[in-house]
Design a protein around this ligand. Structure first.
Ligand SMILES: NC(=O)c1ccc[n+]([C@@H]2O[C@H](COP(=O)([O-])OP(=O)(O)OC[C@H]3O[C@@H](n4cnc5c(N)ncnc54)[C@H](O)[C@@H]3O)[C@@H](O)[C@H]2O)c1
Length: 354
């Protein structure tokens, strides 16, 4: 069977993880790149010896040689590009968040359903971490029992990436939609994807982007610019599910606190687990509380292998060998949760879903 010919759209910071993933996958061939910044596209194509480069994604999608695309652009362009790519006959790997609104998510889902022979996979990369996959095996074998509570924190003290990330119009929001989506999805996926019932959240914009801070580096957009900041710097929420389970989350780009913290845990009636900062499983035996640490290569999320697993899975799915573990419908439920938190904060009330 021939290789899957791939094009990458958007050549900023995260695209490199997709590009490296395709370059290392023997069933994939990276033949095109696109960025509206021509110099960036030209340089990437020349450095890596990629056959075609474009500044307009529509021109790339018209290239019949291309079977699949990665979308690594600003969040406000995700829906438009994903729909155009599906209509052009391509398989799609789309970065998180799926898009900015529930309406856009439903439009992408409707389009994806029109093309059942094409794949749309969401870049929920945390699902592909080995710590996640190992914990999922324990959960699937019933070792945690019924998971009724989970807790996700992703707190940056200084980490507003600036540029489009900090522009509500282009990003759809701040830390909630950018990093909250990862940890909420991680819990939701491991809880068995229960249907969301209601959301109660708060967002704050108290510290701004802290661009006054010196001698401390952090993740920045390719076109970093600290001048504009219209997104929240902290969000928290309690999310209730129809099966009675709940998820508590807090995330920030800026916070007066000692240091950055990522902490994610799940709690069931037979056992519990901490997945970040490192995988550990808790239970009891013979009236003794036990903690176990799986002996695996990465007990914490490893960026490189996580992205490689994500890309390998995408290519295997595109070849019909596997079925995606991050399908479009999961993006619709997630957009309900994320936009629900913003709406709840705005209304200062709990938001209920039917
Ligand atoms: N999975 C992860 O861990 C992870 C991490 C960071 C970012 N992301 C996601 O990846 C996407 C990109 O983030 P980034 O950090 O690489 O941003 P970035 O600003 O570094 O890069 C975005 C690139 O897209 C280009 N672009 C934007 N709109 C375009 C369009 N319509 N056509 C062509 N090019 C366009 C920009 O010129 C820029 O080069 C976002 O959706 C973000 O949420 C995911």
């Amino acid at each position: 069977m021939s290789t899957i010919k791939v094009g990458v759209i958007g050549l900023g910071s995260i695209s490199e993880m997709h590009i490296q993933g395709y370059l290392k996958n023997p069933d994939a061939e990276l033949i095109a790149v696109t960025d509206m910044n021509e110099e960036r596209a030209k340089k990437k194509a020349e450095t890596l010896g990629i056959k075609h480069y474009y500044t307009d994604y529509k021109a790339m999608l018209a290239n019949k040689e291309i079977d699949a695309v990665s979308i690594c652009t600003w969040n406000n362009t995700h829906a438009e590009i994903a729909i155009a790519a599906l209509e052009a006959g391509k398989h799609v790997l789309i970065e998180k968040p799926l898009c900015k609104t529930v309406e856009e998510a439903v439009a992408i889902e409707t389009c994806a359903k029109k093309y059942p022979n094409q794949l749309l996979q969401i870049g929920y990369v945390r699902r592909f971490g080995t710590n996640t996959q190992v914990l999922k095996r324990f959960i699937d074998n019933g070792e945690l029992g019924e998971i009724y509570y989970s807790k996700a924190s992703c707190l940056r003290v200084l980490g507003n990436p600036g540029g489009w990330f900090a522009d509500q119009e282009r990003s759809g929001g701040g830390p909630l939609i950018d990093i909250g989506v990862h940890v909420i999805d991680l819990c939701w996926y491991l809880m068995g994807k229960p249907k969301v019932k209601s959301v109660s959240g708060n967002t704050y914009n108290k510290l701004g982007n802290r661009s006054n801070i010196e001698y401390k580096s952090f993740y920045k957009a390719a076109d970093y610019d600290a001048d504009k900041n219209t997104v929240e710097d902290l969000a928290n929420a309690i999310i209730r599910f129809e099966n009675g389970a709940s998820l508590f989350v807090d995330v920030s780009f800026a916070l007066h606190a000692k240091k950055e913290e990522v902490r994610v845990s799940l709690h069931g009636d037979k056992g519990g687990a901490e997945i970040e900062p490192a995988l550990e499983i808790y239970t009891e035996k013979n009236n003794i509380m036990l903690s176990s640490t799986p002996q695996i290569d990465h007990t914490t999320f490893d960026f490189e292998s996580g992205f490689q697993n994500e890309v390998d899975h995408f290519i295997a799915c595109a070849k019909g060998k596997e079925e995606t573990i991050a399908p479009v419908e999961d993006g619709v439920e997630m957009m309900k949760i994320l936009t629900g938190v913003y709406e709840s904060s705005k209304q200062q009330a709990e938001i209920h879903f039917d």
